[in-house]
Write a protein that binds this ligand. Structure first.
Ligand SMILES: [Mg+2]
Length: 375
């Protein structure tokens, strides 16, 4: 009666970026400019001939570790019922629990978990958002890819013009220059360029200390920002809570956390107004849904980080109107494009995630493992 998992293919894909990317972590010397992103794809095929695709990713380091970990734990799923996603996720987590229930181990599992959800939605003939139970068929979106620190302000303004013309609903720019005055002049220029009505956000990528974040937060109030993102170290829940209490502007964080438990600490301490979980980073869609329930009970807005191809579905199924982060970086990996107009991403009627891996992504594959039979 029930279907079984017959084969799993894991692929490690290196996506080259067109420009070397810098945010505040590069300006403080903690990271090198980013030139590529490592993706882990999982493709699952069943005895009934259905298939599911999922992915996880890693920036700067960790791609080979995710691939190696997935290769080690994924064979446990051969012969299992792909519908029992909760049980399978738990089994995979405990298979690698000695290296932790967060970080690279669960990020490796995330690719498999996403593939299982894609498979389940395809079996039902539904887009993933509909399988989960959608609140809306479109989600407001803002752009991040055009607002990094390596680009001069003139370029940022051009990017913003193009972004808004493409139907994207808001603009986020990076801050965190050694001089706060540089940050403020860039924010002022962008606000003047796009007008007062267009949603604008800033992102300090964890590089301010508490006094700087307080000072910058007060100075930024006049620009009517939708939020200030990662003003402090991602694990400084107390510091975020003090900012959130003291400022009118909303505080957002969570992208760097790698488990539901870490997010729960932010929620418990009232650290943020807007939570920014990343399904691949916290172990997949299964833990994301648990976290979404916690976030809803805390009356938080959700603004998932990166991976809009997955998060558009998850955001559509979240009760309070969320935001989706638009990045154009992943376009070459898939044959399909998300439909964007009037400031929103509109979900397609395609079943599952609605994506297929492109020939270009196949060419960028640097490692591959075929597990199970040749179904
Ligand atoms: Mg960010």
């Amino acid at each position: 009666m029930s279907d079984t998992i017959a084969a799993i293919t894991l692929s490690s894909v290196t996506l080259p970026l067109q420009n070397a990317i810098s945010d505040a972590k590069v300006l403080t010397g903690r990271q090198r400019p980013m030139t590529e992103v490592a993706f882990l794809f999982a493709e699952i095929r069943t005895a009934d001939g259905l298939d599911g695709v999922g992915f996880s990713y890693s920036k700067r380091a960790g791609g080979p570790a995710q691939f190696a970990h997935a290769r080690q734990v994924a064979p446990d799923l051969i012969g299992e019922d792909p519908n029992d996603i909760q049980r399978l996720w738990t089994r995979l987590v405990w298979a690698g629990a000695s290296v932790g229930r967060s970080g690279a181990a669960t990020q490796a599992i995330a690719a498999i978990d996403v593939a299982l959800w894609d498979l389940k939605a395809k079996r039902a003939g539904l887009p993933l958002a509909k399988l989960l139970g959608a609140h809306r068929d479109s989600v407001r979106c803002y752009d991040t890819s055009g607002g990094f620190l390596h680009e001069p302000i003139e370029q940022i303004l051009d990017n913003a013009t193009r972004t808004l013309a493409a139907g994207i609903g808001g603009i986020k720019i990076k801050v965190g220059h050694p001089s706060g005055a540089s940050d403020l002049s860039r924010v002022r220029a962008v606000r003047a360029h796009i007008g007062d009505d267009v949603p604008l956000m800033v992102d300090a990528n964890q590089q301010w200390d508490r006094p700087t974040a307080q000072r910058m937060g007060r100075a930024l109030e006049e620009f009517g920002l939708v939020w200030i993102e990662e003003p402090l170290d991602a694990y400084d829940a107390e510091g975020h809570a003090a900012l959130a209490r003291g400022l009118d502007t909303a505080i957002a964080s969570g992208e760097m956390l790698t488990s539901v438990a870490e997010h729960h600490e932010l929620i418990r301490q009232g650290a943020v107004d807007i939570l920014q979980p990343d399904a691949p980073r916290i172990g997949g869609i299964t833990p994301f849904l648990r976290l979404a329930t916690l976030a809803e009970h805390a009356n938080l807005i959700l603004a998932p980080h990166f991976a809009m191809e997955i998060h558009a579905h998850l955001a559509a199924a979240y009760p309070h109107e969320p935001w989706i982060e638009h990045f154009d970086w992943l376009h070459p990996l898939f044959d399909e494009r998300l439909e964007i107009h009037d400031g929103r991403i509109h979900l397609s009627a395609r079943p599952g995630l609605g994506v297929t891996i492109s020939d270009q992504a196949r060419e960028w594959t640097v490692d591959r493992a075929d597990l199970g039979g040749s179904a």
